[in-house]
Design a protein around this ligand. Structure first.
Ligand code: UTP
Length: 291
Protein backbone atom coordinates (compact mmCIF):
# COMPACT_ATOMS: atom_id res chain seq x y z
CA UNK A 1 0.00 0.00 0.00
CA UNK A 2 1.25 3.53 -0.84
CA UNK A 3 2.36 5.63 2.15
CA UNK A 4 0.11 8.62 2.96
CA UNK A 5 1.03 12.00 1.44
CA UNK A 6 1.34 14.38 4.41
CA UNK A 7 3.93 16.95 3.39
CA UNK A 8 3.79 19.62 0.70
CA UNK A 9 6.45 21.86 -0.80
CA UNK A 10 5.53 25.34 -2.07
CA UNK A 11 8.40 26.72 -4.16
CA UNK A 12 8.12 30.51 -4.00
CA UNK A 13 11.71 31.66 -4.48
CA UNK A 14 11.39 32.71 -8.13
CA UNK A 15 11.98 36.31 -9.17
CA UNK A 16 8.54 36.83 -10.72
CA UNK A 17 10.01 38.94 -13.51
CA UNK A 18 6.81 38.85 -15.57
CA UNK A 19 5.08 40.85 -12.84
CA UNK A 20 7.66 43.56 -12.31
CA UNK A 21 7.35 46.18 -10.95
CA UNK A 22 4.54 44.67 -8.78
CA UNK A 23 6.90 41.90 -7.60
CA UNK A 24 9.82 44.16 -6.72
CA UNK A 25 8.69 44.52 -3.10
CA UNK A 26 5.69 42.14 -2.98
CA UNK A 27 6.42 38.48 -3.77
CA UNK A 28 4.32 36.96 -6.57
CA UNK A 29 2.60 34.46 -4.26
CA UNK A 30 1.29 37.36 -2.16
CA UNK A 31 -0.52 39.00 -5.09
CA UNK A 32 -4.26 38.73 -4.40
CA UNK A 33 -6.92 37.16 -6.58
CA UNK A 34 -9.91 39.21 -5.38
CA UNK A 35 -9.22 39.19 -1.61
CA UNK A 36 -6.92 36.20 -1.04
CA UNK A 37 -3.23 35.99 -1.95
CA UNK A 38 -2.28 33.21 -4.35
CA UNK A 39 -0.44 31.30 -1.61
CA UNK A 40 -3.65 31.07 0.38
CA UNK A 41 -5.49 29.21 -2.39
CA UNK A 42 -2.62 26.70 -2.67
CA UNK A 43 -2.43 26.12 1.08
CA UNK A 44 -6.22 25.57 1.28
CA UNK A 45 -6.00 23.08 -1.58
CA UNK A 46 -3.20 21.23 0.22
CA UNK A 47 -5.16 21.11 3.47
CA UNK A 48 -8.17 19.70 1.62
CA UNK A 49 -5.89 16.89 0.39
CA UNK A 50 -4.86 15.95 3.94
CA UNK A 51 -1.50 17.76 4.02
CA UNK A 52 -0.35 18.57 7.56
CA UNK A 53 3.20 19.88 6.96
CA UNK A 54 3.74 22.97 4.78
CA UNK A 55 7.24 23.68 3.49
CA UNK A 56 7.84 27.01 1.74
CA UNK A 57 10.97 27.39 -0.34
CA UNK A 58 11.64 31.06 -0.02
CA UNK A 59 14.00 33.61 -1.50
CA UNK A 60 16.04 35.98 0.65
CA UNK A 61 13.20 38.51 0.92
CA UNK A 62 9.83 36.77 1.08
CA UNK A 63 9.96 34.70 4.28
CA UNK A 64 8.89 37.50 6.68
CA UNK A 65 5.83 38.30 4.59
CA UNK A 66 4.80 34.65 4.34
CA UNK A 67 5.17 34.11 8.08
CA UNK A 68 3.23 37.31 8.79
CA UNK A 69 0.45 36.10 6.53
CA UNK A 70 0.03 32.75 8.27
CA UNK A 71 0.51 33.88 11.89
CA UNK A 72 -2.14 35.81 13.73
CA UNK A 73 -0.47 38.17 16.21
CA UNK A 74 -2.23 38.93 19.48
CA UNK A 75 -2.34 42.73 18.98
CA UNK A 76 -4.01 42.45 15.55
CA UNK A 77 -6.37 39.79 16.88
CA UNK A 78 -7.46 42.10 19.71
CA UNK A 79 -8.05 45.03 17.33
CA UNK A 80 -10.05 42.94 14.87
CA UNK A 81 -12.01 41.31 17.66
CA UNK A 82 -13.14 44.73 18.86
CA UNK A 83 -14.28 45.59 15.32
CA UNK A 84 -15.87 42.31 14.27
CA UNK A 85 -15.10 38.88 15.83
CA UNK A 86 -16.01 37.18 12.53
CA UNK A 87 -12.81 38.64 11.02
CA UNK A 88 -10.72 36.79 13.60
CA UNK A 89 -12.60 33.54 12.97
CA UNK A 90 -11.96 33.90 9.24
CA UNK A 91 -8.22 34.50 9.73
CA UNK A 92 -7.91 31.65 12.25
CA UNK A 93 -9.53 29.20 9.85
CA UNK A 94 -6.95 30.09 7.25
CA UNK A 95 -3.97 29.72 9.58
CA UNK A 96 -2.13 26.36 9.36
CA UNK A 97 -1.74 24.69 12.78
CA UNK A 98 1.20 25.85 14.89
CA UNK A 99 4.45 24.08 14.13
CA UNK A 100 3.25 22.86 10.74
CA UNK A 101 4.92 25.63 8.70
CA UNK A 102 8.59 25.51 7.68
CA UNK A 103 10.57 27.93 5.55
CA UNK A 104 13.72 26.81 3.74
CA UNK A 105 15.91 29.29 1.91
CA UNK A 106 16.89 28.84 -1.69
CA UNK A 107 19.89 31.16 -1.91
CA UNK A 108 19.66 31.61 -5.67
CA UNK A 109 16.81 30.74 -8.06
CA UNK A 110 18.63 27.93 -9.89
CA UNK A 111 15.42 26.27 -11.07
CA UNK A 112 12.37 24.40 -9.79
CA UNK A 113 14.32 21.14 -9.31
CA UNK A 114 16.86 22.95 -7.17
CA UNK A 115 14.07 24.60 -5.15
CA UNK A 116 12.39 21.24 -4.44
CA UNK A 117 15.72 19.67 -3.47
CA UNK A 118 16.13 22.33 -0.76
CA UNK A 119 13.36 20.52 1.20
CA UNK A 120 14.86 17.03 1.04
CA UNK A 121 15.83 16.81 4.75
CA UNK A 122 12.34 17.86 5.83
CA UNK A 123 10.67 15.34 3.51
CA UNK A 124 12.71 12.26 4.45
CA UNK A 125 11.56 8.94 3.08
CA UNK A 126 7.91 9.52 2.18
CA UNK A 127 5.90 10.62 -0.85
CA UNK A 128 5.17 14.34 -0.94
CA UNK A 129 3.29 16.99 -2.89
CA UNK A 130 4.59 20.05 -4.73
CA UNK A 131 2.24 22.96 -5.45
CA UNK A 132 3.20 25.97 -7.56
CA UNK A 133 0.96 28.72 -6.17
CA UNK A 134 0.96 30.68 -9.41
CA UNK A 135 -1.08 27.88 -10.99
CA UNK A 136 -4.44 28.57 -9.41
CA UNK A 137 -6.58 25.43 -9.71
CA UNK A 138 -10.34 25.67 -9.58
CA UNK A 139 -11.45 22.01 -9.58
CA UNK A 140 -14.07 19.99 -7.76
CA UNK A 141 -12.87 17.88 -5.97
CA UNK A 142 -9.75 20.00 -5.49
CA UNK A 143 -6.88 19.01 -7.80
CA UNK A 144 -4.39 17.79 -5.20
CA UNK A 145 -7.04 15.69 -3.41
CA UNK A 146 -7.75 13.92 -6.73
CA UNK A 147 -4.04 13.31 -7.25
CA UNK A 148 -3.47 11.99 -3.73
CA UNK A 149 -6.44 9.63 -4.19
CA UNK A 150 -4.93 8.34 -7.45
CA UNK A 151 -1.52 7.94 -5.81
CA UNK A 152 -3.24 5.85 -3.11
CA UNK A 153 -4.40 3.46 -5.85
CA UNK A 154 -1.44 3.40 -8.24
CA UNK A 155 1.51 4.45 -6.06
CA UNK A 156 4.40 6.12 -7.88
CA UNK A 157 4.49 9.65 -9.27
CA UNK A 158 1.36 11.57 -10.25
CA UNK A 159 1.45 14.92 -12.08
CA UNK A 160 -1.45 17.17 -13.04
CA UNK A 161 -1.67 17.56 -16.81
CA UNK A 162 -3.43 19.74 -19.35
CA UNK A 163 -3.62 19.94 -23.15
CA UNK A 164 -2.06 23.09 -24.63
CA UNK A 165 -1.95 24.39 -28.20
CA UNK A 166 1.13 22.90 -29.91
CA UNK A 167 2.80 26.30 -30.34
CA UNK A 168 3.01 26.59 -26.52
CA UNK A 169 4.92 23.36 -25.78
CA UNK A 170 8.18 25.26 -25.37
CA UNK A 171 6.84 26.69 -22.08
CA UNK A 172 6.05 23.33 -20.43
CA UNK A 173 7.20 19.84 -19.52
CA UNK A 174 5.55 17.62 -22.16
CA UNK A 175 4.46 13.97 -21.81
CA UNK A 176 5.20 11.08 -24.08
CA UNK A 177 1.89 9.34 -23.46
CA UNK A 178 1.30 5.58 -23.03
CA UNK A 179 -2.14 4.15 -22.19
CA UNK A 180 -4.57 7.06 -21.89
CA UNK A 181 -8.23 6.73 -20.85
CA UNK A 182 -8.93 10.45 -21.31
CA UNK A 183 -8.68 11.09 -17.56
CA UNK A 184 -5.47 9.37 -16.53
CA UNK A 185 -2.48 9.01 -18.86
CA UNK A 186 0.48 6.71 -18.38
CA UNK A 187 3.75 8.69 -18.63
CA UNK A 188 6.23 6.96 -20.96
CA UNK A 189 8.54 9.92 -21.33
CA UNK A 190 8.92 13.58 -20.34
CA UNK A 191 10.64 16.43 -22.17
CA UNK A 192 11.15 19.91 -20.70
CA UNK A 193 10.24 22.85 -22.95
CA UNK A 194 10.47 21.12 -26.35
CA UNK A 195 10.07 23.06 -29.58
CA UNK A 196 6.56 22.40 -31.01
CA UNK A 197 7.83 20.20 -33.85
CA UNK A 198 9.81 18.04 -31.38
CA UNK A 199 7.14 17.73 -28.66
CA UNK A 200 6.02 14.10 -28.19
CA UNK A 201 2.41 15.28 -27.50
CA UNK A 202 0.52 18.39 -26.44
CA UNK A 203 -0.23 17.02 -22.96
CA UNK A 204 1.77 19.11 -20.49
CA UNK A 205 2.63 19.09 -16.80
CA UNK A 206 1.06 21.89 -14.74
CA UNK A 207 1.91 23.02 -11.21
CA UNK A 208 0.81 20.08 -9.06
CA UNK A 209 2.89 16.96 -8.33
CA UNK A 210 2.81 13.94 -6.03
CA UNK A 211 6.32 12.51 -6.02
CA UNK A 212 8.25 9.64 -4.53
CA UNK A 213 11.27 10.58 -2.37
CA UNK A 214 13.56 8.78 -4.86
CA UNK A 215 13.35 11.95 -6.98
CA UNK A 216 15.89 13.51 -4.58
CA UNK A 217 18.56 11.01 -5.70
CA UNK A 218 18.34 12.55 -9.17
CA UNK A 219 17.97 16.15 -8.00
CA UNK A 220 21.09 15.80 -5.84
CA UNK A 221 23.17 15.47 -9.03
CA UNK A 222 22.25 19.13 -9.77
CA UNK A 223 22.31 18.57 -13.53
CA UNK A 224 21.37 21.64 -15.55
CA UNK A 225 18.67 21.27 -18.19
CA UNK A 226 16.57 23.60 -20.37
CA UNK A 227 17.45 27.27 -19.83
CA UNK A 228 20.52 26.27 -17.76
CA UNK A 229 18.21 25.55 -14.79
CA UNK A 230 18.02 22.45 -12.57
CA UNK A 231 14.70 21.11 -13.82
CA UNK A 232 12.26 19.00 -11.80
CA UNK A 233 11.05 17.45 -15.07
CA UNK A 234 14.50 16.01 -15.82
CA UNK A 235 14.71 14.32 -12.41
CA UNK A 236 11.15 12.94 -12.79
CA UNK A 237 11.98 11.65 -16.26
CA UNK A 238 14.76 9.50 -14.80
CA UNK A 239 12.19 7.64 -12.67
CA UNK A 240 10.11 6.49 -15.63
CA UNK A 241 10.19 2.70 -15.85
CA UNK A 242 11.28 2.33 -12.20
CA UNK A 243 7.96 3.26 -10.58
CA UNK A 244 4.37 3.85 -11.79
CA UNK A 245 3.99 7.32 -13.31
CA UNK A 246 0.68 8.92 -14.30
CA UNK A 247 -0.64 12.24 -15.53
CA UNK A 248 -4.08 13.22 -14.25
CA UNK A 249 -6.49 15.63 -15.94
CA UNK A 250 -8.18 17.19 -12.92
CA UNK A 251 -11.11 18.85 -14.76
CA UNK A 252 -12.22 22.33 -13.72
CA UNK A 253 -9.99 25.20 -14.68
CA UNK A 254 -6.36 26.17 -14.23
CA UNK A 255 -5.47 29.85 -14.19
CA UNK A 256 -1.85 30.57 -15.08
CA UNK A 257 -1.38 33.41 -12.62
CA UNK A 258 2.31 33.58 -13.49
CA UNK A 259 1.21 35.30 -16.71
CA UNK A 260 -0.55 38.64 -16.74
CA UNK A 261 -3.49 37.48 -18.87
CA UNK A 262 -4.05 34.35 -16.74
CA UNK A 263 -3.92 36.47 -13.60
CA UNK A 264 -6.56 38.88 -14.93
CA UNK A 265 -8.73 35.93 -16.06
CA UNK A 266 -8.55 34.54 -12.52
CA UNK A 267 -9.61 37.89 -11.06
CA UNK A 268 -12.66 37.97 -13.32
CA UNK A 269 -13.59 34.33 -12.76
CA UNK A 270 -13.30 34.47 -8.96
CA UNK A 271 -15.05 37.84 -8.75
CA UNK A 272 -17.94 36.46 -10.84
CA UNK A 273 -18.42 33.67 -8.28
CA UNK A 274 -19.17 36.30 -5.64
CA UNK A 275 -22.86 37.16 -5.27
CA UNK A 276 -22.01 40.65 -4.05
CA UNK A 277 -20.07 41.54 -7.20
CA UNK A 278 -21.50 39.45 -10.04
CA UNK A 279 -24.31 41.66 -11.36
CA UNK A 280 -22.32 44.87 -11.26
CA UNK A 281 -19.33 43.28 -12.99
CA UNK A 282 -21.48 41.67 -15.66
CA UNK A 283 -23.05 45.08 -16.41
CA UNK A 284 -19.62 46.68 -16.55
CA UNK A 285 -18.25 44.04 -18.92
CA UNK A 286 -21.31 44.28 -21.19
CA UNK A 287 -20.99 48.05 -21.37
CA UNK A 288 -17.22 48.09 -21.99
CA UNK A 289 -17.19 45.23 -24.50
CA UNK A 290 -19.86 47.08 -26.56
CA UNK A 291 -17.69 50.23 -26.69
P1 UTP B 1 8.39 30.49 -12.74
O1 UTP B 1 8.91 29.69 -13.85
O2 UTP B 1 7.03 31.07 -12.89
O3 UTP B 1 9.45 31.65 -12.40
O4 UTP B 1 8.46 29.57 -11.45
P2 UTP B 1 9.26 32.97 -11.57
O5 UTP B 1 10.61 33.48 -11.22
O6 UTP B 1 8.34 32.75 -10.41
O7 UTP B 1 8.52 33.99 -12.56
P3 UTP B 1 9.02 34.72 -13.90
O8 UTP B 1 9.05 33.64 -14.96
O9 UTP B 1 10.36 35.35 -13.65
O10 UTP B 1 7.95 35.73 -14.13
C1 UTP B 1 7.42 28.67 -11.11
C2 UTP B 1 7.38 28.50 -9.60
O11 UTP B 1 8.62 27.95 -9.13
C3 UTP B 1 9.22 28.80 -8.18
C4 UTP B 1 8.60 30.18 -8.42
O12 UTP B 1 8.63 30.98 -7.24
C5 UTP B 1 7.19 29.82 -8.86
O13 UTP B 1 6.35 29.56 -7.74
N1 UTP B 1 10.70 28.77 -8.35
C6 UTP B 1 11.22 28.82 -9.60
C7 UTP B 1 11.52 28.68 -7.24
O14 UTP B 1 11.05 28.62 -6.09
N2 UTP B 1 12.86 28.64 -7.43
C8 UTP B 1 13.43 28.69 -8.66
O15 UTP B 1 14.68 28.62 -8.76
C9 UTP B 1 12.58 28.77 -9.77
Amino acid sequence: MAKAVRKAIFPVAGLGTRFLPATKAVPKEMLPVVDRPLIDYAVSEARAAGIDTFIFITGPRNEPMLRAHFELVASLEAELNAKDPKLVTMLREMEPPRGSVHCVHQDRPLGLGHAVNCARDLIGDEPFAVLLPDDLMDCNPPALAQMVALHGKTGGNVVAVEEVPRELTRRYGVLDVGVDDGHMAEVKGLVEKPEPEKAPSTLTVIGRYVLLPEVFEHLALRQRGAGGEIQLTDAMAKMIGHAPFHGLRCGGHRYDCGSRVGFVEAQLAFAMKDDAMRDRLRDYMRRTSAE
